[in-house]
Design a protein around this ligand. Structure first.
Ligand SMILES: Cc1cc2nc3c(=O)[nH]c(=O)nc-3n(C[C@H](O)[C@H](O)[C@H](O)COP(=O)(O)OP(=O)(O)OC[C@H]3O[C@@H](n4cnc5c(N)ncnc54)[C@H](O)[C@@H]3O)c2cc1C
Length: 493
């Protein structure tokens, strides 16, 4: 089975690695436009913030004698009739099955003078790939001020990251509040207060309309209000658009993304599949890595199963709608129903505390004894507890107020640490790794978080679950220390 994969990002590389291991007769060619080994794109904002090193975010690269990876080589044409892909270096690649994993591109808003024929004006950037991050890092030594356009999750991460680097940051957002898809006005105002404490000015309800250049690089931007903001750097975080150009040219049906059915095949061609950010499955694309990794796993599973290529596979994993801003000094987490949500016919109870003086906002939404939504600003411990209740669908107290007030010892709902989780509870949401799998890996000899990641892939996505993995390792080490005294008491897990 000749498989050509287009795109060597987080999902394409994962698919290729699993396919070559699981499908004995598969011969893979992977075409990757970027000139590097695959890396953890999710951590690029941490690279900009100085919390991760650019050379420290590499992902496992597929290596096998049945896999041919071409780095720095783009696919330029798909001939579906002859089943041949033409690459930018002139090589031709025949396929029995073609997997599109071309990801998405940063959206460039309509701004006067944002680009010249050579590309974006110097000092203007997006943050989509490693080259973008390296460009921003290279500009930092001479930059004192930055404007970040867009206050979605990525915009907030970039703004706080640049502020942590010592730049005076202005965050410009088109809507009337930050993260308007997730936050209501009250939560947004409290988050704005936290940003102000980090030295970040926020300007809402307007956009950047013009880039003003001096000596060939950005020196200021003009806003829709007519105001000018001096700056050395403009980073545009205005959303992403699935990369569909190649698929469209090949006549594959596309809407926002490349249309695929539940089997991840194009409705127009059963030999062409799409996974990751470029795909538009029936349930819609989330733009989150967990969905792409789940699709990669389902495709491999289906092809490894009977080789029939029907990809009947499993149903898509339920999409988690937990959104967490990875920023220092700003804690924002939302899950399920948050912001301005539609109550519809449901019986919902929403309870909130809003405490601007200390920068804390917590809202919980409960329906039929379950937590169906929450918004947390400035309260990490509560966010962690609520996330556990939400993702594991645990029953909540009859009075939802108990969920948001820190429990008086012995009175409120007990906090459940990872030690109290069941074996089939998911610890790593990006990779769908359960506590049981992590404990098995530890029992089998994994002694460090890196060992556990290699064995189970836990923590290789956003990294949110690293503290829980560490906690499980420590619990195991403690129980090992005690084992001599407990000799004969059974398995030390
Ligand atoms: C800064 C940042 C922070 C993020 N934070 C989070 C987060 O916290 N949580 C989360 O779940 N997700 C996050 N994401 C989104 C996450 O990175 C994506 O969901 C994930 O990378 C999707 O993987 P993919 O393989 O589909 O696309 P990508 O990782 O984008 O890879 C696509 C690859 O295909 C290549 N390509 C495109 N066209 C061609 C062609 N014609 N020929 C050859 N190669 C081609 C591209 O160059 C790229 O290397 C973040 C993204 C960014 C940029």
């Amino acid at each position: 089975m000749r498989i050509v994969v287009i795109g060597h990002g987080m999902v394409g590389s994962r698919f290729a690695q699993d396919a070559v291991t699981r499908i004995p007769d598969a011969h893979l060619t992977v075409l990757g436009r970027e000139p590097h080994a695959p890396y953890n794109r999710v951590l690029l904002s941490s690279v900009v913030a100085g919390k991760a090193a650019a050379d420290g975010i590499a992902l496992d690269a597929p290596a096998h004698d049945r896999i041919d990876v071409r780095q720095g080589v783009a696919a330029v044409e798909i001939d579906r009739e002859r089943r041949i892909v033409t690459a930018s270096d002139g090589t031709l690649h025949r396929y029995d099955r073609l997997v599109l994993a071309t990801g998405s591109a940063a959206r460039i808003p309509q701004i006067q003078h944002v680009a010249d024929p050579d590309g974006l004006v110097r000092g203007v950037a997006v943050l989509k790939d490693l080259a973008d991050a390296q460009g921003i890092l290279a500009a930092l030594p001479k930059a004192r001020r930055a404007v970040v356009l867009g206050a979605g999750v990525l915009g907030l991460e970039v703004a706080t990251g640049l502020a942590a680097r010592g730049l005076a940051v202005t965050l410009v957002h088109h809507a009337d509040r930050l993260m308007e898809r997730q936050l209501g006005s009250a939560a947004s105002q409290i988050a704005e207060g936290s940003l102000a404490r980090l030295g970040i000015s926020v300007v809402t309800t307007t956009s950047v309309t013009r880039v003003i250049e001096r000596r060939g690089r950005v020196s200021a931007v003009e806003l829709g209000t007519g105001a000018e903001v001096l700056t050395d750097l403009l980073v545009m975080c205005a959303g992403t658009i699935p990369e569909t150009a190649l698929a469209r040219r090949a006549g594959l049906p596309c809407e926002r993304g490349v249309l695929v059915g539940e089997d991840l095949a194009s409705p127009a061609d059963g030999a062409v599949f799409a996974i990751g950010d470029c795909a538009q499955p029936p349930e819609g694309g989330t733009g989150l890595v967990a969905q792409g990794w789940d699709q990669a796993a389902r495709l491999v599973e289906a092809w490894a199963g009977d080789g029939a290529g029907t990809a009947a596979g499993e149903a898509p994993a339920p999409t988690t709608t937990v959104v967490r801003v990875k920023a220092t000094g700003l804690e924002v987490v939302t899950m399920g129903l948050s912001g301005k949500f539609d109550h519809g016919e449901r019986e919902l109870r929403a309870v909130r505390i809003s405490d601007p003086a200390i920068g804390r906002f917590v809202e919980v939404v409960v329906s039929h004894g379950l937590l169906v939504g929450a918004t947390v600003v400035g309260d990490k411990a509560t966010a962690t507890d609520l996330q556990a209740l939400y993702t594991r669908m645990l029953p909540v107290p009859t009075d939802p107020a108990h969920l948001i007030v820190r429990p008086i010892p012995g009175a409120g709902p007990a906090r459940r640490s990872v030690a109290e989780m069941d074996d089939d509870d998911t610890v790593c949401q990006c990779n769908g790794v359960t506590k049981g799998r992590i404990c098995d890996a530890i029992a089998a000899g994994c002694a460090t978080p890196q060992d556990v990641s290699r064995a189970t892939r836990a923590s290789t996505g956003c990294g949110d679950c690293k503290p829980q993995v560490k906690e499980l390792l420590e619990a195991h080490a403690t129980s090992e220390d005690r084992t001599p005294a407990l000799a004969g008491a059974g398995e030390a897990r």
